[in-house]
Design a protein around this ligand. Structure first.
Ligand code: PHE
Length: 460
């Protein structure tokens, strides 16, 4: 799939540094899939499935991914590639009528703010994952107290590990696109997939797994309601990194000779595929844990400790593997840390690209500034954990992402004009004009996507 002939011409940003892009289409797909695949797939998706009635949620989630997230992803990639700049500037360039510019610019700034907030709570969970990856090493070295500290919820641990996660993200982003983001994604994503498959096979042999499998795959349609739909919508937009400029900034680095709908579909497929597999591991593992006597649901059927559920169930599963458990835990949590990093680098890239291109700030300084701000927010969240952690998640993923995503669809649909859209599509797909995609997508993002998203909100 890799095509060495497509090397992005390097637009030069205002700092004079070359704005190099992805070196091949495969590199892009892996990096964009790297942004999409992360804690959203392995932490948030299984938790949502467990909280929202299993297979019923899975079904609605898949439908909304295909019907809303995929067309919105094409729109975001297109806005980014058309603009050839950071999300705020790309959005600013869209309207031909200057009156609309403040509106599109404002939506860009909201996206940047929201992605910084997402980066904050993401770093806390990323820190937990990194802690669980380090703990087996500490145990092997005989440092059991330290291992225990890494795995036990406390404000100090949350803050220190989150700061570590932020620093790791910063060091990758400082490497730039081709050397930093692309290289990491391309090497490690396939390994994660392999490990997931091996673990699924292991779980399936355990007692209780089949009950879990049934819960995951056989839907109870009576559980489908508007709350479930809203949760699934937020999850779909979060998992595909939509509505906050991440895919827009990656789109701006994407070569003009790439076919946008195809590339978007590949990203969508990888993201949904990994989420599905993560569910196939974790939901049966949940039921195995219940079989082992771990309490997961309250007598009323509410999930207990939903934020940390995965961190109870998976270690219990790995412990059950005996001595093999330690290397498996190490491999799983290390790969998860990397998957989280390939997402967080796309988060940091959004404000960094804005500061470098709009304010002329050097890349390293911009990264440092944003990370300092994010660490401050992380500190606030760790101090007032209960209200802030869930509050920030709900504000960003339930509301901001679908609603800003809706605006981006409206902008691409109404402000970009048919010709400019078609030209952008044609660059990587000369026959686009006669395709079914072109017959449907333009009016679909103008009317159907926004209407469906609003409907889900209003019914709620
Ligand atoms: N999609 C990422 C995940 O599933 C999270 C993310 C959200 C990344 C928004 C970038 C922007 O983990």
């Amino acid at each position: 799939m890799s095509d060495p002939t497509i090397t992005t011409p390097s637009p030069v940003d205002v700092t004079g540094e070359a704005r190099t892009g992805f070196s091949s289409r495969l590199g892009f797909v892996l990096a964009a899939a790297g942004s999409a695949v992360g804690l959203g797939n392995i932490w948030s998706y299984p938790t949502q499935v467990a909280e929202n009635g299993g297979a019923a949620f899975v079904l609605v989630y898949f439908i909304l991914t295909l019907m809303l997230a995929y067309p919105a992803l094409v729109a975001e990639l297109m806005i980014g590639r058309y603009g050839q700049s950071n999300p705020v500037s790309a959005l600013e360039k869209l309207p031909t009528n200057r009156l609309w510019q403040p509106v599109t610019r404002l939506s860009g700034f909201i996206a940047v703010l929201m992605i910084c907030l997402i980066f904050s709570f993401y770093s806390i969970v990323g820190g937990w994952i990194a802690g669980f990856a380090l703990a087996p090493l500490f145990s092997l070295a005989g440092l059991n107290d330290a291992a225990q500290w890494l795995e036990t919820f406390s404000p100090a641990r949350n803050l220190i590990l989150a700061a570590l996660f932020v620093v790791m993200t910063l060091s990758v982003v400082n490497g730039g696109i081709k050397n930093g983001i692309e290289r990491w994604s391309a090497r490690l994503m396939p390994l994660l997939l392999l490990l997931l498959l091996v673990l699924i096979a292991m779980v399936m042999t355990q007692k209780g797994a089949l009950t879990g499998l049934r819960h995951y795959l056989v839907p109870d349609f009576s559980l489908i309601n508007t709350t479930l739909a809203l949760n699934a919508l937020g999850q779909a937009f979060f998992s595909m990194s939509l509505g906050v400029g991440a895919m827009m900034v990656y789109g701006s680095y994407l070569n003009k000779s790439c076919n946008l709908p195809v590339v978007a579909f590949q990203v969508c497929l990888v993201d949904t595929g990994i989420a599905f597999l993560a569910g196939l591991l974790i939901i049966p593992a949940l039921f195995v844990a219940v079989d082992l006597g771990i309490t997961i649901y309250t007598p009323e059927g509410q999930l207990i400790n939903s934020d940390t559920l995965v961190f109870q169930v998976l270690p219990a599963l790995f412990n059950g593997l005996g001595t093999l458990g330690i290397p498996v835990a190490l491999a799983f949590f290390s790969l998860m840390t990397i998957a989280a990093l390939t997402s967080s680098i796309s988060m940091l890239e959004v404000p960094v690209s804005c500061l470098t291109e709009r304010a002329g700030m050097p890349r390293k300084k911009a990264g440092l500034l944003i990370c300092a701000g994010v660490c401050l927010v992380v500190a606030l969240i760790t101090v007032w954990f209960d209200p802030l952690f869930n509050g920030v998640i709900i504000l960003t993923t339930h509301y901001a992402q679908p609603l800003d995503g809706l605006l981006f669809c409206l902008f691409a649909g109404w402000l970009m004009g048919r010709n400019r859209k078609l030209n952008e599509l044609r660059q990587g797909w000369p026959e686009a004009e006669n395709s079914l995609f072109w017959a449907i997508w333009p009016w679909y993002i103008r009317l159907v996507c926004p209407a469906l998203i609003l409907m889900i909100f209003f019914m709620q």
